[in-house]
Each structure stands twice: as structure tokens, then as C-alpha cells.
Design a protein around this ligand. Sequence first.
Ligand code: C2E
Ligand code: MG
Ligand code: MG
Ligand code: MG
Length: 280
Amino acid sequence: AALHRAKKDASHGRLCFYSQEMESVYTSRRKRYIQLKNAIAKHLVVPLYQPIICAKTGHLQAVEALMRIKDENGNMIPPSEFITLAEETELIIPLGELMINLVFDQQIRWLNQGLHIRVCINISPIQFLDPSFLPFILSVMDQKAINPNMVELELTESLMLENLTQIKSDMDRLRKLGTSISIDDFGTGYSCLSYLRDLPVDSLKIDKSFVAQLNIDNPDEVLVKTISTLAQSMKLSSIAEGVESQFQAQRLQELGVPLLQGYYFSKPVTADQIQTRYLI
Ligand code: C2E
Ligand code: MG
Ligand code: MG
Ligand code: MG
């Protein structure tokens, strides 16, 4: 990109070069940042919920809460457009707290309508590692009278590169109450597998890129099979994400994956849609 402009930095008297590209990246980042702050201040966060299905019975086992942000026109912005920025700016902490509050409130609303639904919540490593996280989630569960057994936290392998002693003690605390821990996007994190031996984890979520390799014409099963076997031999549960076809659902069940999630069953939907679908 051509450097088209040089500015004198007023405070430091240095010359700074900006390209048009850099400037537009900066401007859109700035816009996203303001939008994010606004979403937090005005509570424009909306959780969608995607069913997790028992492969054997076809019954609803849980839902995964997936965050969306509403923009000024009411459009839903997906996490791919804001999670990284939220993590870089630590806005993921208030954002994540808001999300947890919304999901727990919804769980109580479902409960009052007679729906006992287990919820899985994605927790960013930045959020999990923050010292405020554990006291926060314990106190909201307590205040809202959430049954910790009905809550599962999804963490990614990148977390396992951090202080394992601290992570283990936080996980132990949560699991003693009954909350489960799953490893999201398992197999994509370039992490050393020994954390599976050291940390109290309940289940592995097989990343959708591996599930996608189970295509009907030329299925490549090796990674799914390996992860499923690993889970079984470590007495962990497993969940396949990104299940898009009957063929995949069938094969995954045959390969011993007990829980399935993906567009084949349902895309992420609103809380009301969950209710109309499952309240019978
Ligand atoms: P994830 O936790 O691995 O969630 C699965 C993603 O796959 C979701 O994307 C979901 O909509 C999508 N998906 C579900 N079924 C299918 C399918 O059959 N095919 C395909 N191609 N995709 C499918 P989404 O909702 O855009 O979320 C993306 C990521 O953003 C999540 O990946 C998670 O890492 C992150 N995220 C979402 N909500 C939160 C949150 O509340 N907090 C944090 N920290 N991260 C979140
Ligand atoms: Mg997830
Ligand atoms: Mg995942
Ligand atoms: Mg994923």
C-alpha cells in the first residue's frame, strides 16, 4: 500500500506514516469498539440458542448459548465481527458478564414454564483467567438460584497454555458444585494434550472442521474417530459440532459420539423458538 500521507505527531514530534488502508482498518476498528461499548451500556446483547441432541434418542440434551449484538437497525451481528476486538480490549469481561446474566435469566424463565434446559456457555480465555470471573459466576448462580448441574462452560484449548494450577483450582471449584467443563473446538488449538490428564474436564467438542470431513462421497473419518476414541478411553463425553447432514449424524453415532449439534438439527434460534419447539 502506498504511503500517501505523513503526519507530524503533535505530542512526540515524531513523523508517523499512515496508509489509506491502515486508516480504514483503524476507522472500522474504532467504529466496532464504539458499537461494542454502546452494546454493553444499552444491553444490546442477544443470546441465541442452538439445540444439542442426544444421538441415540434424538432428544434435546442441552442448548449452547451463542452471542449476538443488535446494531442500530436491529440487525444481529455475529461473534466473528466482535469477539476478537472484545478480547483485545478486555470488553469481553463486561460483555461476557452481561451474556451470563441473560442466559441464566432465560434459564429461569424456561424453568418457570416447565422446561428444564441445560445451558452451555462459551467463556473466552481472557474472561476465564480474569480474577473476577469465578467470584462473579458463583455469585450470580447463587443469587439467581441456578442449579450448577444445569450449566456447562465451554473453554478453548488456548486457555491451557496459561497457568494450569490456577485454572485447575477454578475448574475444581466449579465442578464440585456440579458445573461441567467442555473443551470447545477440540483439536484446533495446537495445545499439548497432557492438560487432559491434569485438568478436570468433562467433555470434548469435536470441531466442525473435522465433522465437515465426513462428506458422503469421500468421507475422511480419521480425526473424528481418533477424538471419539480418545474421549471414550479417558471417560469423557464428546459432542460433534457442525453436523449438517443425516449421513454425518448417522456416522457420528456409529463412531460413538453421544451428542450432536448442527444445522441438520437446528440453527441457533431465539429463546422463544426453543420454547415453542420443546414445550409440549
Ligand atoms: P463455537 O462455540 O464453536 O460455536 C459454534 C459455531 O458454529 C456457532 O457460530 C454456530 O452458529 C456455528 N454452527 C452451528 N452449527 C453449524 C453447522 O452445522 N455448520 C456450520 N458451518 N456452523 C455451525 P457463531 O454463533 O457465529 O459463534 C462463533 C464463535 O463465537 C463460537 O464458536 C464461540 O467461539 C464464539 N462465541 C459465541 N458466543 C460467545 C459468547 O457468549 N462468549 C464468547 N466468549 N464467545 C462466544
Ligand atoms: Mg462453543
Ligand atoms: Mg465449537
Ligand atoms: Mg467451532
